[in-house]
Design a protein around this ligand. Structure first.
Ligand code: SF4
Length: 338
């Protein structure tokens, strides 16, 4: 690494409040045999209306747990902090209330369409389900399902409402899953690695579709991915997660042109570039430790070429810089180079 860090630090605060979603000081622990393990560690961020934010990081960084916690999808999670959806705190709500939030206000697309779809039930019935649960008459729900499937590029949607899952290709199944998430017209879509199980050509089609539909509907999207190419083509802003913490929060262009956190730099250095051909791409050095073995101080310090004593002892705060970016690194403003 040869980073030079010279940003102007102006505050030690979280993101500005407002917008569609405000996550405040959110921690999520998961019970294991040895006790509770902290998976998401004091995370704060905002998502504005119609904004597209990518949540990136290696496997095990806490991205999916954070998304599932926002949806309150897992009873075993111990959640502290606040999840404000249009200023309503979801952490305090009953399961019955959350069932009304899921689908109607927040839609979710999971990675693997096959696990999200019931192989026995006809496609149309599955797409209509959210509306039926929320009391929409069947005929209206059917019309809406056909319209959403058409919007997502499913040809002959009316005729294919009774088709079985195995009659659809991988890309078409993912369109059906997206239709299920969007049928009740939510304000926020959380998409967890929505293209990972697809081949490259179909990945691009699904991303183009998400791009188009989110713009047309002015939908806010939280896209979880480890693919920086997907981030570059889709997101407005990027949250980089490492070991359960946000370590950098920046507009996509700023992150790609001048990443401030050493971990962000390592992720970007591992992305192939057509203007810079190399024999072998550098990988992020070392391997991430599981949350139960999270080291003291900065969790990235065992892998960081810039680490000093303070890094090994003290967790760096996520500080807001002059250009409104946020970064959690002791040396982000000291000009240290590796
Ligand atoms: Fe590296 Fe220290 Fe910054 Fe952590 S705080 S990323 S160890 S320089």
């Amino acid at each position: 690494m040869n980073a030079t860090f010279k940003p102007n630090v102006v505050a030690e605060a979280g993101a500005d409040s407002g917008g569609l979603l405000s996550v405040r000081d959110l921690s999520v622990s998961v019970p294991v045999a040895a006790g509770n393990v902290l998976i998401v560690d004091h995370v704060s961020f905002d998502l504005k209306k119609a904004e597209r934010v990518a949540l990136v990081g290696e496997s095990g960084s806490g991205k999916s747990v954070l998304a599932r916690a926002i949806m309150r999808l897992n009873d075993s999670y111990r959640i502290n902090g606040r999840i404000l959806l249009e200023e309503e705190d979801l952490t305090a709500k009953s399961e019955a209330h959350m069932r009304r939030v899921r689908g109607r206000r927040i839609g979710m697309v999971f990675q693997d369409a096959m696990t999200a779809l019931d192989p026995i039930q006809p496609i149309g019935k599955q797409v209509m389900e959210t509306l039926i649960i929320h009391g929409t008459p069947k005929r209206q729900a059917r019309e809406r399902a056909i319209a959403v499937l058409k919007e997502l590029g499913v040809r002959d949607a009316a005729q294919r409402m009774n088709a079985a899952v195995h009659e659809f290709s991988g890309g078409m199944r993912q369109r059906v899953v997206i239709a299920m998430a969007l049928i009740a017209d939510p304000a926020l879509l959380i998409a967890d690695e929505p293209t990972t199980a697809l081949d490259t050509r179909v990945q691009m089609q699904v991303l183009d579709l998400l791009d188009d539909i989110s713009e047309r509907r002015r939908l806010s999207v939280m896209l979880i991915t480890h693919d920086m190419g997907v981030v570059a083509s889709f997101a407005d802003r990027v949250l980089v997660m490492y070991s359960g913490r946000i370590v950098e929060d920046a507009p996509v262009g700023r992150l790609f042109s001048a990443p401030l956190h050493p971990y962000s730099r390592s992720l970007l250095e591992a992305v192939p570039r057509i203007d810079h051909v190399v024999d072998r791409l550098p990988a992020v050095p070392g391997t991430p430790l599981p949350p139960i073995l999270r080291p003291a101080g900065c969790a990235f310090h065992p892998r960081c070429a810039l680490a000093t004593d303070i890094c090994r002892d003290i967790v760096p705060a996520l500080r807001t810089l002059a250009d409104s970016r946020r970064v959690a690194c002791h040396h982000a403003d000291t000009g240290r180079e590796a």
